[in-house]
Design a protein around this ligand. Structure first.
Ligand code: ATP
Ligand code: MG
Length: 463
């Protein structure tokens, strides 16, 4: 162990003024304080970070006393948020050590020294501290050198460290994928063994990890491929693992899908999730499959319908909100196939009606990302097809033509006024009327629809 790995210590790290102010104030009061964790790591990689965390010898109540404006972010874990005059919030956490661990959470106690605090951090590259006033790097586990030679390894014995908190398995894959690091042999072997225990983590933590991968990484495919190769995918996302394949190489569809995910901008995270889940329909049905619904929503064929239902089940299992389940599984059900360029204008309206206006921008982005992945002449043609489809779709969406049952010139109340008995067949009648109006928008007039409705009702009665 060395206090700073020779030859790798930077001359200086740029630290926000507010961070220096916080360190200076705490040290004036006699409490040693350091910048720690991800921001120091990112600075060594040459990436400025917004997210500076501080570790201090001061107990939380002292931090709250010393600063004029604080927020109790997690006082029971020793974390106090310090607000600057500009309104920025920095987390200041009292040095900690683990007392007891349970694979999914730990009991911690306050510690005396920075070294103890760094010891409980997961990977060497995350166990770095920088003193912004003395300009000193504290790196007892050689994290700076590991960053330089591009390797990821745990602080201490990897099997022990994963068993203390299995989330570290997924964190390792994320950092290795994101920063292009190679996981050392020993850490990799322990990680693969530990992957089988991922089931003990709460679904929320698994979900948060996935969203960090997809929202923070321009090329998340590397991490997701590591999920596959480590066995983490098979434990946490078994239905995706069936798509991804189990060999040394992933299935071609999986590799393709990962590159399409990377073509979507990271802040469109819901769309990225949808693209990732887009192939869930391909594996054959099993007994665990949820039943397929009668009404199809945005799905066009049985593969897409199955993908939609499986995506919804996966998202619910990971405790996504109802809105997220609806948004993402709806995109999966619609898929990236835009209405063809030559078809009847009614085709575009039917497509719009089925997928819903609000999904159009994301579906066009998905189609464009697919087209960008195609090389050569075929790819060029496909890209101009997407642009042409987009123009047609936009024109149809702006035409004001009816696209939903709600846009029809008659509603349920009108049907009652016509003397029809209210009941479930109202929905069927309105669906047929919409189908006809999508074909011929000019027919969306009360007198036409009323006549059709009476006709349809008497046919249904006759059955
Ligand atoms: P990013 O915020 O970019 O995901 P980060 O390294 O800042 O990366 P955080 O989750 O914000 O990650 O955690 C801050 C620091 O806390 C980490 O750098 C690491 O030192 C420590 N840490 C976080 N989670 C764990 C864990 N599960 N086990 C051990 N140490 C952890
Ligand atoms: Mg962070």
């Amino acid at each position: 162990m060395s206090t700073a790995s020779e030859g790798t210590a930077p001359a200086s790290i740029d630290v926000p003024r507010a961070v220096r102010w916080i360190v200076a104030r705490l040290e004036e009061e006699g409490y040693e304080t350091w910048a720690v964790g991800g921001a120091v790591r990112d600075a060594l990689r040459g990436r400025p970070s917004q997210d500076w965390d501080l570790a201090t010898r001061a107990p939380p109540e002292e931090v709250r006393r010393i600063f004029p404006r604080t927020v109790p972010v997690g006082v029971e874990h020793g974390t106090v948020g310090v607000l600057t005059r500009e309104g920025a919030l920095y987390e200041v956490t009292t040095f900690r050590r683990d007392v007891e661990t349970f694979g999914r959470h730990a009991v911690v106690a306050f510690a005396e020294t920075l070294e103890e605090d760094l010891q409980r951090r997961d990977f060497t590259i995350n166990a770095l501290a920088w003193h912004p006033l003395r300009e000193e790097l504290r790196d007892p586990h050689g994290g700076a050198r590991d960053l330089q030679v591009r390797v990821l390894r745990t602080v201490g014995d990897p099997a022990d460290r994963f068993a203390e908190d299995y989330l570290r398995v997924l964190r390792a894959l994320r950092f290795a994928g994101r920063f292009g690091l190679e996981i050392t042999g020993e850490t990799w072997r322990a990680l693969r063994d530990a992957a089988s225990q991922l089931g003990i983590l709460s679904p929320e933590r698994i979900r948060e990890e996935l969203w960090k991968v997809l929202s923070g990484d321009p090329t998340p495919g590397r991490t997701l491929e590591l999920y596959r190769r480590s066995g983490a995918l098979a434990v946490s996302y078994p239905e995706l693992a069936r798509v991804a394949g189990a060999g040394a190489e992933g299935a071609p569809e999986w590799t393709h899908t990962l590159s399409v995910v990377g073509e979507i901008l990271p802040h469109r995270t819901s769309l990225r999730v949808a693209v990732l889940l887009g192939d869930l329909g391909t594996p054959a049905p099993t007994e665990e499959d949820p039943p397929l619904p009668r009404s199809h929503g945005p799905a066009r064929d049985v593969n897409r319908l199955r993908a939609m239902v499986r995506a919804a089940a996966l998202l619910m299992r990971l405790r996504h909100s109802n809105l997220q389940v609806e948004t993402i599984s709806g995109l999966v059900g619609a898929g990236p196939e835009l209405p063809s360029e030559e078809g009847h204008p009614a085709e575009v309206r039917r497509w719009l009606s089925r997928v819903g206006r609000e999904r159009v921008p994301d579906l066009v982005r998905w189609a464009a990302a697919e087209a960008r992945m195609e090389r050569g002449k075929g790819g060029e043609a496909r890209r101009s097809d997407v642009v042409a489809s987009w123009h047609r779709i936009r024109a149809a969406a702006r035409s004001g033509h009816p696209l939903t049952v709600g846009d029809l010139a008659v509603n349920g109340r009108d049907l009652i006024r016509l003397g029809l008995r209210p009941g479930p067949q109202f929905g069927d009648i309105l669906e047929v009327l919409l189908e006809r109006v999508l074909h011929e928008p000019g027919k969306n007039r009360p007198e036409v629809l009323e006549e059709w409705a009476l006709e349809l009702a008497s046919k249904m009665e006759g059955k």
